[in-house]
Design a protein around this ligand. Structure first.
Ligand code: C2O
Ligand code: CU
Length: 652
């Protein structure tokens, strides 16, 4: 069973635990002996099952269970054991006809177990990993406060006093109870106060991942880390103006979209270059009030060209402009998009493609070369600006390259039918000895790119996205027949595709190691409390930055505790995939800039820090990033003049 299923099962069992403990408490208070006994037995059984599910999840990784093992379960097991001891014997004798099974102590203890069960579940959903002293103290004091209040309701002091008047020995019982009430109350208030106080301690602003801290190196500003002013020998300068503006765009089907565009087009103008060319793009903003930038997704530009507002530049407001300049040294399929309020801007159309061909034309033989950004507008998949199906003619034997780019925030399921093919490149980087495959489906992460190559057969080839048979792309050879598109194809696992090769560093021997546990929870996002998408329990910009030094080999462990997919994306560097769920990558070295961490998965990746700057490191589901799932990787000695209180808070 997958970790995701165990996570779901554990949530269900935890919820059942809450229900059964409350049922036991309420029926006991109502002195319904039989139902109370049944509910108590059920609660105990469910609690034991919970111990098993948590144990299994612990085997999948400490991150999945830390708060359950250290707080939720111990609290529940202790309260539950107390409840069984206090309520159990009376219930048993009541079942045999002696007494009514109820007692104030029994009711209070069973309900306390219910509070503990509920508190554990709430901590898992609102706080998660890592558990802090603050959370533990506040939770325990809330459960104890619940127990004390319940005791007052179940055995009110007024009744006690009346009883004490009747029986003199009752007085002692009452003063004992008062003592418990007062000291218990004081302890609860103290613990809650301490927990709350601790939660206000400022968080560290940077983590070092086991490496040295900041050095006294002379600082360099990201504003000075700009691209080269000239092309490589033989290269040319590719100049382009991109004007961000609102426009009504008419799709081939006739449908009109109120879009945000570069130059009035969606996608924006396709940028192509030959390796070594200088790309110079003048970005102007006509009327996007929020401001815009250009981020070169997957392209390892110098940091000052990266387009991260509040980090590498200020957002470009209406009437303003910014010039990006960098040398196209990296070959492959990339894309560009705004990085300011990008959950809105990219979604509405502020994106385009960037393709760099090798110099010397190793790929001149490619006669059909299609760049296919896949974007969803109002529920309709639009491929390279067309909704509905696109048809192409390709003479049999023609080499074909399809460059798929996912510009959405969710993954797409891609099927290429009618021909065997190879996945030549992932995220712009060529794979080593990619073998021919057919009858497989491809899972393309948000932000990711796949280059598929094949020789055109006589018959037709179909490219189908998200099982939409009416849309997509058709390539026709001589034979006009339709390609058969199969259902339920197995997914091509890129961790086992292609052949291994040497990689430029030893990832086992990393200089720094950072763990990012992805989840949902209550956290501050841009100064406001929110039900956020969190990294290690925090939201942007309170997630500590990651410090690296130039030349470091850096390793990331990315764990997904949530039930949503998180396409993880580091700017400025491709990362090498080491393993998924502990299973090493055994195929071609896989260098990516975005990798999908699906629910319950744990990924290990590594990279060498060779591109100084301050780089965004975030989930490329852009609404998630906007809701907190975003942090920064800082090179030692690099500073930014753009991180004022304003710019820094609206990076996405
Ligand atoms: Cu394509 Cu920070 O993004
Ligand atoms: Cu996400």
């Amino acid at each position: 069973m997958t970790t995701r299923l165990w996570l779901i099962l554990d949530h269900v069992v935890a919820l059942l635990g809450v229900a059964t403990w409350f049922a036991a408490g309420v029926t006991l208070a109502l002195r319904r002996t039989r139902p109370a006994f049944a509910a108590l037995v059920a609660a105990v059984l469910v609690t034991l099952v919970r111990v098993v599910t948590v144990g299994i999840l612990a085997g999948r990784g400490w991150w999945f269970v830390q708060e359950k093992v250290l707080l939720g379960l111990p609290m529940l097991v202790a309260a539950g054991a107390g409840a069984v001891l206090l309520a159990g014997p009376r219930l048993l004798s009541a079942l045999r006809g002696r007494g009514d099974g109820g007692s104030a102590g029994g009711v209070v203890s069973v309900l306390t177990a219910a509070y503990a069960a509920l508190a554990g579940l709430v901590v898992t959903f609102l706080v998660g990993y890592p558990l802090t002293w603050s959370t533990a103290l506040i939770t325990i004091s809330l459960v104890c406060a619940g127990a004390l209040l319940t005791a007052r309701v179940v055995a009110p002091p007024a009744e006690n006093i009346a009883a004490a008047r009747v029986a003199p020995e009752g007085r002692r019982a009452i003063s004992r109870r008062r003592f418990i009430g007062w000291t218990g109350g004081a302890a609860v208030v103290t613990a809650a106060g301490a927990g709350t106080g601790l939660s206000f301690l400022p968080a560290e602003s940077v983590t070092v991942g086991g490496g040295p801290g900041r050095s006294s190196r002379t600082a360099v500003s990201v504003a000075d880390l700009r691209g080269s002013g000239s092309p490589a020998p033989g290269g040319t300068v590719r100049r382009l103006v991109l004007t961000a503006k609102k426009a009504t765009v008419r799709l081939p089907s006739g449908r009109e979209i109120e879009a945000w565009t570069y130059n009035g087009e969606i996608p924006g103008p396709a940028i192509t270059a030959t390796q070594g060319d200088l790309i110079e793009v003048r970005l102007r903003n006509a009327d996007i009030e929020d401001g815009v930038t250009l981020h070169w997704h997957g392209y390892d530009v110098p940091c000052g060209e990266d387009g991260a507002p509040g980090v590498t530049q200020l957002a470009v407001g209406p009437g303003e402009e910014f010039v990006y300049r960098f040398r196209a040294d990296q070959v492959g399929t990339y894309w560009y998009h705004t990085h300011h309020a990008s959950h809105l801007g990219v979604h509405k159309g502020l994106y385009g493609t960037l393709v760099v061909n090798p110099r010397g034309g190793q790929r001149a033989d490619v006669q059909v070369d299609l760049t296919l950004p896949v974007h969803t507008f109002g529920g309709t998949v639009v491929i390279a600006g067309s909704d509905g199906r696109t048809e192409h003619l390709a003479p049999p034997g023609t080499p074909v390259r399809l460059r798929l780019i996912n510009t959405d925030s969710d993954p797409h399921w891609i099927v290429l039918a009618g021909t065997p093919f190879r996945m030549a490149a992932v995220d712009g980087r060529d794979l080593n000895q990619p073998g021919e495959v057919s009858d497989v489906g491809l899972h393309l992460p948000a932000g990711g790119r796949y280059d598929l190559v094949f020789l055109m057969p006589d018959t037709s080839v179909a490219l189908v996205v998200d099982d939409d048979r009416d849309g997509g792309l058709r390539l026709h050879g001589d034979d006009p027949g339709e390609a058969r598109v199969e259902d339920d194809l197995p997914e091509l696992d890129l961790l086992r595709y292609g052949a291994p090769a040497l990689v430029p560093f030893d990832a086992r021997d990393a200089d720094r190691h950072f763990t990012m546990v992805l989840d949902r929870g209550v956290a501050m996002v841009d100064g406001r409390p929110a039900y956020a998408h969190t990294v290690n329990g925090r939201g942007h910009p309170s997630i500590p930055g990651q410090l690296v030094a130039e030349g470091d080999v850096v390793r990331f462990t990315v764990v997904n505790r949530s039930l949503e997919t998180h396409p993880w994306h580091l700017h400025g560097h491709p990362v090498l995939i080491l393993s998924r769920d502990g299973t090493p990558s055994t195929g071609s070295p896989l260098w990516v800039d975005t990798f999908d961490v699906r629910p319950g998965e744990t990924w290990e990746v590594a990279f060498r820090a060779t591109n100084p700057g301050i780089w965004m490191n975030h989930c490329h589901n852009l609404p998630h990033a906007h809701q907190g799932m975003m942090l920064r990787l800082h090179y030692d000695g690099v500073t930014t003049p753009f991180g004022g209180s304003h710019g820094g808070s609206h990076g996405h």
